[in-house]
Design a protein around this ligand. Structure first.
Ligand code: A2P
Length: 344
């Protein structure tokens, strides 16, 4: 017997992708329920060849639901996840609300699957930030081989990471440029069309942004607290797909050829690295794909054991919906969750 799954935030970018991926991967779900705010009651979303009517998260009873995939923002998650967890439904949350809670596992299945044990303390499991997810998938096999000391990452993050409104703003501004209409910026702090913005999430006291801080805190929590990480997070006018320029310093020697071979075999990774025109991946090509792509693998001669790599992935998939569903699969495959219907 299969599971009953709820998607909270089903009308959003990530929620819709969760529905697509659940259906594509044939997740063992008997019933899938779409939830959003009261604004969306009665609207419809697609699930495979079916259409689901959207219900109100606020009034939904989770007592016979097994897993809630939540992507409705941090404030909504803080309010609802504890109540949902208390009803015996495991929340896999895509927001940053629970990621740094010591009683909540933060999981990328290719990186730290064993950390999932202990999720029952709160019945909440956190999904990492989109930029961190693809970064740690690429770093983990290299760390296992040569022990990473320090990472310097610059991100090139697509507007879909800022939700539907972010995508609409890039579209509308691009159109406005061509028809010479006034440019309106509501979602982003400056114009995003034909521009880049070195600011994602709020500023912190030390001058870094919260997005930059998330990359370090989450990499340490999932991969190794000893790794030093510094980040500059930048929004770019791309609809889907985050890119990262990553400089890595290792404890031990590792050549670019060795790194290429290791990454070719690593779970979740795909290497596209030819030294010729177009022999690398761009975010446009990553959209709709599951892999974390790695290109431009080079030795950094300015440090003792250094490499530069270019990492690209679909931020709505590995950076959000796919990773959440892989966590749900991990729960099921390890027998950590039983269907409530079956238990009844
Ligand atoms: P709604 O469409 O009803 O506002 P995105 O990040 O792509 O903008 O999507 C955010 C998702 O979170 C949407 O599905 C949105 O639903 C949902 N959401 C936002 N606020 C709430 C809320 N208070 N309760 C339930 N769902 C919410």
């Amino acid at each position: 017997m299969g599971f009953k799954i709820a998607i909270a935030g089903a009308t959003g970018n990530v929620g819709r992708e969760m529905l697509n991926i659940l259906s594509e991967r044939g997740f063992p779900a008997d019933e899938v329920v779409a939830l959003a705010s009261s604004r969306s009651i009665g609207t419809e979303v697609s699930f495979g060849d079916k259409t689901l009517r959207v219900h109100n998260l606020e009034t939904y009873d989770f007592s016979d639901t097994d897993i809630c995939l939540m992507s409705a923002g941090g404030a909504v998650s803080l309010k609802y996840s504890p109540k949902i967890g208390a009803q015996g439904c495991v929340v896999i949350d895509n927001s940053s609300a629970w990621r740094y809670d010591s009683e909540v596992p933060l999981i990328v299945p290719e990186v730290n699957p064993d950390a999932i044990d202990g999720f029952t303390k709160k019945n909440i499991i956190a999904n990492p930030n989109c930029s961190t997810a693809q970064l740690v998938v690429a770093l983990k096999p290299l760390h296992d081989r040569a022990t990473i000391k320090r990472v310097v990452v610059s991100t090139y993050q697509s507007v879909s990471g800022a939700g539907k409104d972010g995508m609409d703003e890039l579209f509308n501004q691009t159109r406005a440029v061509f028809v010479a209409d006034p440019i309106e910026s509501k979602k982003f702090t400056k114009r995003i069309a034909f521009n880049v913005i070195p600011h994602i999430d709020v500023f912190m006291e030390d001058g870094y942004t919260k997005e930059e801080w998330k990359v370090l805190a989450e990499t340490k929590k999932m991969l190794d607290p000893k790794i030093k990480v510094t980040c500059t997070a930048v929004r770019v006018p791309v609809f889907i797909g985050h890119s990262e320029s990553v400089n890595i310093e290792f404890e031990n020697e590792i050549t670019a050829d060795e790194a290429r071979d290791i990454l070719r075999e690593a779970p979740g990774c795909q290497v596209i690295d030819k030294h010729e025109n177009g022999g690398y991946i761009t975010p446009y090509e990553s959209a709709g794909e599951d892999a974390t792509y790695i290109s431009r693998i080079r030795e950094d001669a300015t440090v003792e054991n250094g490499l530069n790599i270019w990492v690209v992935s679909d931020n709505l998939r590995k950076g959000a919906a796919l990773n959440a569903i892989q966590i749900a699969e991990l729960l099921v495959n390890r027998g950590l969750i039983k269907s409530k219907k079956q238990a009844a």
